[in-house]
Design a protein around this ligand. Structure first.
Ligand code: HH2
Length: 259
């Protein structure tokens, strides 16, 4: 899943694709690099990010969703707002990537009615507050429980089981050790039975394990995390560097096939 943020402030690619033509070129580039899905987002969820109003989020993403959908790849929309998801699905998106896991009470209905796929991501709190002293007794057990409950809520609202995926939400209300526990114990999340999506690409915990690399310098760390995620059972990786991730995970895929 290639990341395409149409925002001024995303932590890694903010400001680069605000122009719809630049975003469409980036979508083409990621498709050529081998992306299976393009994930278009119009609201940064980096720690402390301010919320974006619905009209602005729609204005940012809809032309890009249309352009990306014309490439023939499935498009997912990275939004927590049901109205934005509905507009994006009308514009050609087929998956909703909801980092709030149905925080908007109308979201399940929108997804169920459209037949779209749904990624349910775990987050503790909101982007504004999530890194204010997050704590867990057993992060993997707590994230697994929370995702199991969200899966049940989505199914109860009429979203078919075959349309659901889960994501442990690396960096979303997680300390360094929490991100590491989730990645190292990913099979416990995969045991829920839903496909697991993992987004480690260029995240700050990778820089904290290294020498404080900037987001653009976190390629090697991102690839190492991608390989770990595949070996741990991830079905999809949300990444900025599609071609490099494909090359690295080809090895991990081959190894996983022999385990
Ligand atoms: N991470 C980000 C955004 N959306 N969705 C899923 N399913 N999993 C993730 O880990 C995830 C996500 C944050 O990264 P990014 O979009 O690059 O930055 P920003 O939130 O600043 O736009």
């Amino acid at each position: 899943m290639g990341v395409l943020n149409v925002t001024p402030d995303s932590f890694s690619d903010g400001g680069r694709y605000l122009d719809a033509d630049a975003a469409a070129r980036r979508a083409e580039e990621m498709a050529a690099e081998g992306a299976d899905v393009l994930d278009v987002g119009g609201e940064s969820t980096r720690p402390g990010a301010p919320p974006v109003d619905e009209a602005e989020e729609r204005r940012r993403i809809l032309p890009v969703v249309r352009a990306a959908a014309r490439l023939g790849l499935p498009v997912s929309v990275d939004t927590s707002k049901a109205a934005v998801a509905a507009a994006a699905l009308d514009a050609g998106a087929v998956i909703v990537n909801d980092v709030s896991a149905l925080g908007d009470p109308l979201m399940a209905e929108v997804v169920a009615a459209s037949g779209a796929g749904l990624v349910l991501m775990h987050m503790k709190g909101t982007p504004r507050t999530m890194q204010d002293d997050p704590r867990y007794d057993d992060v993997v057990a707590e994230v697994r429980e929370a995702l199991a409950e969200r899966l049940a809520a989505a199914r109860a609202a009429g979203v078919g089981v075959e349309r659901l995926a889960v994501d442990p939400g690396l960096g979303f209300g997680k300390r360094l050790e929490d991100n590491l526990d989730l990645l190292a114990r990913l099979p416990e999340i995969a045991a829920l039975g839903a496909p697991v999506v993992v987004g480690a690409s260029r995240k700050s915990f990778l820089g904290r394990l290294g020498a404080g690399e900037t987001p653009a310098e976190r390629l090697e760390g991102s690839l190492a995390a991608a390989v770990a995620a595949v070996l741990g059972g991830a079905a999809m990786l949300r990444v900025h560097d599609v071609a490099a991730t494909r090359r690295a995970t080809a090895i991990a895929d081959a190894l996983r096939g022999r385990a």
